[in-house]
Unconditional design. Structure first.
Lengths: 327, 327
């Protein structure tokens, strides 16, 4: 990565889609006040590296429901989702701030349980809770802002022609749980955990940065959407071999119930909070990654000259859509 | 101020009240993960001073209504409210992050106007917009996180026995506008502006820090509530002479309509975003402040041994309440 590639102050191109047209329009309105938007984190240069910041809001009825997950899990999940952006930047978390809205009819016990989840997610990455705000509102919402320090941040824009594309962990588990709930079934424990208790891949992000990662993005919108962001930001084409996707528990049965291939189900599922990373063609340390980080690292594609993302399943190109929330 | 007084990691005492009991309970749940809560900003020590951070959520129907203020004003106001916490810490703003929820039925134009207000508030203090998130939700909410740098942050805890208590600007204008709207009247332009377009007192905060401020807090909950926080955090008693309060436009007429004294109306009114500051008894530069900052600085009381806040009007102690939102 050249320094220019990660210079704060210049925006990263986003993939296609009306959701991202909206963000492009916001960047247009912000004009010179916008500070390098379109990456997982905002970056501020400091004497010793960069400060990385990100904000993420989770809304009851849009991102989660209390008949699916506990209050504590809602707090964990909202915080983990924000911390995942630090992971994708290869940043070390420092702190968390949390602005909540709660219905007047809700008991204080729910607030305290949500904050226990925020606490546990912060503690798991050695971050502190450094501020908060609380308002009444028609539903619960948890807006979490995280910040950390990155000596050499990895943005979405550094992928190079010939790089391999890899993913951490296994995909589709969060969508499998969501799909089960939405159809009146209880998800299996593993899939439920992927939705209710996602793990921000902080250690994995740092490991990958130390082993040559050229670009990185966390899988919040789903592989189908996020691969397009990485391709657009890096200004190249990406080809994803869907047959090689590492699949989470229960993806097979939920994909069957929906009538789509399991790879499509996983690639279109959001909120797995795994990392998509480009690495030099010579990278051959996936076993060391698995040993050090406790999760698999799987090669699923490569970067080439051109633009856009091609998804190939059983030798045929297929069209995939990004993830939308259920609410 | 001794270094121990502004050491991050220890919590500041808050004033009495059920809203603040709730925050005390949250701090209890967070345990060792809580990083010095109870001040206007969270502080993180760096090589050259401190990073100061704060988060603040504004909710449609609780903090504002679109039949009162424009979308752009809603964006300005939410951002100014958060920036006001940096002012109270004597911090230099660097950046702003903004997590919004919007109803699916709302036009994108409203989103862009809100973001234009965020942009203008950030530009007014030379901060950049460094991140954001957007979700659907039942009402509009704007959660703004701000951060800045403070060489010598001023917390709420440094007031000393014998210090004078001073306020910037004029009080009660935001409440006067709110009271007018709630009773079907249009507020006068000056009062309306105090509600719709508050000014974060960034330059004033820095000026006061450079001229001996020992403690500072922004007036978001109202003088009645915020003076209690300053007294509790500093571990002393505060006496406020309500007859000396500098009053904003339209406070007199709205107080008359409500049937309370204008000083009580102003002291119980929130969201003026002025600063309450303690200064050494020897401080005599209010004229210089007014010349440099363009707003008055008025002595309204003093700090003494003891605890709690006494509000005196026409020679008699009176009981005052903190501000609650209308929603």
């Amino acid at each position: 990565m050249t320094p220019a590639r990660r210079l704060p102050g210049s925006h990263l191109a986003l993939g296609p889609g009306p959701e991202f047209d909206r963000i492009r329009n916001i960047i247009g309105v912000l004009g010179p006040q916008a500070g390098g938007l379109g990456d997982d984190c905002g970056l501020v240069e400091q004497k010793d590296g960069f400060l990385a910041l990100s904000t993420d809001v989770s809304v009851e009825g849009v991102h989660f429901r209390f008949d699916w997950i506990t209050s504590k899990e809602a707090g964990w999940r909202a915080t983990a989702a924000a911390l995942s952006d630090l992971a994708a930047e290869a940043a070390d978390p420092i702190g968390v701030l949390c602005a909540l809205t709660m219905p007047d009819s809700s008991p204080e016990s729910r607030l305290l349980e949500i904050m226990a989840g925020v606490r546990d997610a912060a503690a798991a990455v050695e971050a502190q809770v450094l501020g908060g705000d609380l308002s009444s509102g028609p539903v619960w919402s948890v807006a979490v802002t995280v910040f950390g320090r990155a000596l050499q941040p990895i943005t979405r824009r550094g992928a190079e022609v010939g790089n391999g594309l890899w993913v951490t962990g296994r995909l589709g588990g969060a969508r499998a749980a969501l799909h089960a709930w939405l159809h009146g079934r209880q998800p299996a424990a593993g899939a439920r955990s992927r939705f209710a208790h996602p793990q921000p891949r902080i250690a994995a992000g740092r490991w990958l940065a130390q082993h040559g990662a050229t670009a990185m993005i966390d899988l919040s919108d789903g592989l189908a959407g996020d691969a397009r962001h990485l391709a657009a930001a890096s200004g190249l084409a990406v080809k994803i071999n869907l047959d090689s996707l590492p699949l989470a528990e229960q993806v097979r049965s939920e994909a069957l119930a929906l009538g789509v291939s399991e790879a499509q189900f996983a690639a279109e599922g959001g909120e797995d909070y795994e990392l998509l990373v480009s690495l030099p063609e010579s990278f051959a340390a996936a076993d060391a990654f698995a040993r050090d980080c406790g999760i698999p690292l799987t090669r699923i594609g490569e970067a080439a000259r051109g633009n856009g993302v091609e998804f190939v399943l059983a030798g045929r190109s297929i069209d995939l859509h990004g993830f939308s929330h259920f609410g």
